[in-house]
Design a protein around this ligand. Structure first.
Ligand SMILES: *[C@@H]1O[C@H](CO)[C@@H](O)[C@H](O)[C@H]1NC(C)=O
Ligand SMILES: *[C@@H]1O[C@H](CO)[C@@H](O)[C@H](O)[C@H]1NC(C)=O
Ligand SMILES: *[C@@H]1O[C@H](CO)[C@@H](O)[C@H](O)[C@H]1NC(C)=O
Ligand SMILES: *[C@@H]1O[C@H](CO)[C@@H](O)[C@H](O)[C@H]1NC(C)=O
Ligand SMILES: *[C@@H]1O[C@H](CO)[C@@H](O)[C@H](O)[C@H]1NC(C)=O
Ligand SMILES: *[C@@H]1O[C@H](CO)[C@@H](O)[C@H](O)[C@H]1NC(C)=O
Length: 597
């Protein structure tokens, strides 16, 4: 991010004398002077890498063909509730401390969102303050239940119709709760169809109100079906997972379709690290079940696809398409069989963190895609900027470039990293082998892509390290082999490449580790511009810059290394090893600290 945008961030002034102010551009391209509407469709556990979007013809027709696909969009914590809290607050999980789904350690769920004070300080509240009407239907957070839904009600909404635990993932027996009414059971009805009617009703309400609107539609497909006996608040709740349940009319589809057999699918060789490296190869019945689970996801997504089609028909009818942004994403990604894992999320591998993001609206290029790096922390800033509402200085992300011109500029200037973090266990959601060692699924990781490099670096709570060179093409940086599927850990397989980006691997790792140290400790600006935290006087904006020999001593001898003291299931500072000390101090007297040094 360059100085100009900092100014925007700091002062909230959306009109400055500059040629490339995103808001100006967007206003120029709007055909009406009124403030735009936003519809945000947020699916649950939808992948990019298992091809699910290719089985959604209406999403293709209305969104992919008519909008821009952000191929390098990532969640930062690969599980529902932490990811959603990040999305609605613009803050990383280490700055919300909502780090898990359920509350056994008081680390997650709706109760933790409330106790952390976010109910007065998150996107819907900010939108309402700016006189937007706000609507929501579907799943908000985990452990938002038939018992706690009104204590307190989620703040900031004009109209709501929430799914509630313990029936959130019960495709044939859901419970919804509208506005301030009592919860209502829809036993025997198909969840996504009920939700579709609710979404259309809210849209109708929104269209007939005087203010512009922000409507969120959050179906649970393609999440697995969960029968919960008790909720996350009970002492010993019993959750049983099964494949997602499609609508009757879609049950027969995709016969014979299987999980894509990539190099990492149920491989002969061990791969990954920590508990993943202990998994045994799946036998034929296990693979067959996982293929069935995969088809069930695709089938369950068909009702969402129909929802999208009906939504666009209504937007067209109301003549709203020229003044409405439609954004499609998912809370986290999903794996089935990669690295021998059972169906689930929670890992840092590409299947789990790279998620769909498609945006359609005024000024956004049609049938376009981009590799500019964006994350869920960027969505709250994006929405505020889109609606002309001042950004907040404590955001851990930056607004996503939307117009072709903004995207082109961003390819030169935008950050190249994704900050990935996780605490706790990784649940297997199929019927086979729940691995107890997956309880130690705590790690910090980093995705970084720049000109000529494409890397994943991770440090686990048992201090195992991973480094994958994910370049898809052979290049000077990578003359030996390509590894987009993260099969060759360069810090373990000593026979693999020892030179990467023209440097011995330890030199590169020293830089990655220092960057990860900043990111795992960052707040606000230091999350967006971590190299600035390391080099306050500038000169280093990319990994390639940091590799200069003049910084060898700084990185290789002077920086503490990322390490854990213990594996914990929550964010307990005493277990997290060294922190980057200056990370929270990037602003002084309202200006970035490097203005003062
Ligand atoms: C989208 O672009 C691709 C080429 O990039 C083209 O083949 C395709 O026909 C386009 N689709 C539409 C709907 O314009
Ligand atoms: C996060 O929350 C947990 C549980 O409430 C608490 O024990 C921990 O100290 C918090 N972490 C930080 C860094 O505040
Ligand atoms: C469906 O949910 C209701 C509560 O909303 C519950 O009383 C009922 O037992 C459930 N039915 C089944 C078949 O689980
Ligand atoms: C739910 O759990 C209770 C005990 O906690 C048990 O009595 C009851 O049978 C269980 N119900 C089902 C449907 O499993
Ligand atoms: C296949 O593997 C699963 C999971 O380990 C196991 O439960 C099952 O018994 C195995 N089936 C056969 C036929 O070996
Ligand atoms: C988790 O890691 C801790 C060390 O931090 C170890 O003592 C424990 O045995 C591990 N648990 C499992 C289930 O692997």
């Amino acid at each position: 991010m360059r100085k100009l945008e900092y100014l925007l961030l700091l002062t909230g002034v959306v009109f400055v004398a500059a040629t490339n102010s995103p808001v100006q551009q967007q206003q120029q391209s709007l055909s009406t002077p009124s403030r735009p509407n936003v519809i945000f469709i947020l699916t649950d556990d939808q992948d990019v890498h298992l091809d699910s979007l290719n089985y959604m013809p209406f999403v293709q027709k209305h969104l992919v063909d008519k909008g821009t696909s952000y191929r390098s969009h990532y969640c930062t914590t690969s599980v529902c509730c932490p990811s959603r809290v990040t999305l609605w607050t613009g803050k990383l999980a280490h700055n919300t401390n909502v780090t898990d789904v359920n509350p056994p350690y008081a680390v997650g769920g709706y109760p933790k969102f409330i106790s952390q004070g976010f109910n007065d300080n998150y996107l819907p509240v900010w939108l309402q303050q700016a006189h937007y009407n706000t609507y929501y239907t579907g799943k908000l957070f985990n452990v938002h239940t038939v018992d706690n839904y009104d204590s307190p009600f989620p703040a900031g909404f004009t109209g709501t119709d929430f799914l509630l635990d313990p029936f959130t993932y019960d495709y044939l027996n859901s419970t919804f709760q509208r506005d301030k009414e009592k919860p209502q059971s829809y036993e025997g009805e198909y969840l996504t169809d009920v939700l579709t009617q609710k979404a259309y009703r809210l849209l109708d309400e929104a269209v007939h109100a005087a203010n512009p609107f922000f409507l969120t539609i959050a179906p649970i497909a393609p999440h697995c079906n969960v029968f919960m006996n008790g909720t996350g608040l009970d002492k010993n709740p019993v959750f049983s997972f099964s494949a997602p349940i499609p609508a009757k009319r879609h049950e027969h589809l995709f016969e014979g379709v299987k999980v894509p057999r990539t190099e990492s699918f149920n491989p002969d060789e061990l791969s990954g690290a920590n508990w993943i490296r202990t998994l045994k190869k799946q036998n034929e019945s296990n693979v067959e079940y996982n293929d069935y689970f995969y088809r069930s996801r695709l089938r369950a997504l068909q009702a969402v696809d129909e929802l999208v089609d009906g939504l666009f028909a209504r937007l067209h009818q109301h003549n709203l398409l020229d003044n409405t942004y439609v954004v499609y994403s998912s809370d986290n990604g999903y794996h089935i069989g990669q690295h021998r894992m059972q169906p689930g999320k929670s890992c840092g591998y590409e299947e789990d963190i790279n998620v769909p993001l498609i945006i359609r609206g005024p000024g956004v290029a049609e049938n376009a895609s981009t590799d500019v790096v964006t994350t869920h922390t960027d969505l709250a800033p994006t929405f505020l900027q889109l609606l002309g509402i001042p950004l907040r200085v404590d955001f851990d992300g930056a607004a996503i470039p939307l117009t072709p011109r903004e995207i082109e500029a961003a390819l030169e200037t935008r950050q190249e990293h994704v900050n990935v973090e996780y605490w706790g266990f990784a649940a297997g959601e199929g019927i086979y082998d729940f691995d107890l060692s997956a309880y130690n699924n705590t790690y910090k990781a980093l995705r970084i892509t720049g000109k000529g490099y494409n890397l994943y670096y991770a440090v686990w709570c048992n201090n195992e390290h991973e480094l994958y060179d994910m370049n898809e093409e052979r290049s000077i940086a990578n003359p030996i082999k390509t590894d987009p599927h993260q099969m060759h850990n360069l810090l373990l397989d000593k026979e693999e490449a020892t030179i990467l980006m023209h440097h011995p691997i330890p030199k590169l790792v020293a830089r990655l580790d220092a960057l990860l140290l900043v990111l795992k400790s960052c707040k606000g600006a230091s999350c967006v511009e971590p190299w600035r935290a390391l080099h306050p006087r500038g000169g280093v904006d990319t990994l390639a810059d940091a590799l200069s020999a003049r910084y060898d001593r700084f990185y290789e001898l002077e920086q503490p290394r990322v390490r854990f003291n213990e594996c914990e299931r929550g964010f307990l500072l005493h277990s997290e090893g060294p922190q980057f000390e200056s990370a929270g101090k990037m602003f002084r007297d309202g200006l970035p600290w490097y203005e003062w040094v």
